[in-house]
Design a protein. Structure first.
Length: 91
């Protein structure tokens, strides 16, 4: 019984999938890994935009936009690398 379960798991691991499916499967991992980079980038942008005379932050929207852009660029870079790598392996 246990060997049957192990064989089914092994078959799923060794299953040949298209590069697009592999990229979609890995997308949550890319977003989780890129999130700290996005937070750091957003924080730097918020600090760089300055504060008001009362030491309050004027607006956080530039930081939010920068964080989303950084996260999107990281996902784009990781997805492109995964797709091209899988495409070369299957050729």
């Amino acid at each position: 019984m246990l060997q049957g379960v192990i064989d089914k798991i092994d078959a799923q691991i060794n299953k040949t999938r298209s590069p697009l499916v592999n990229t979609l499967i890995a997308t949550p991992i890319f977003l989780i890994v890129g999130l700290p980079l996005a937070i750091i980038g957003a924080t730097v942008v918020i600090i760089a935009t300055g504060t008001q005379p009362t030491v309050a932050q004027a607006d956080a929207m530039p930081g939010v936009i920068a964080g989303v852009v950084i996260l999107f660029l990281f996902w784009l870079w990781a997805a492109y690398g995964t797709y091209t790598s899988n495409k070369k392996l299957q050729s």
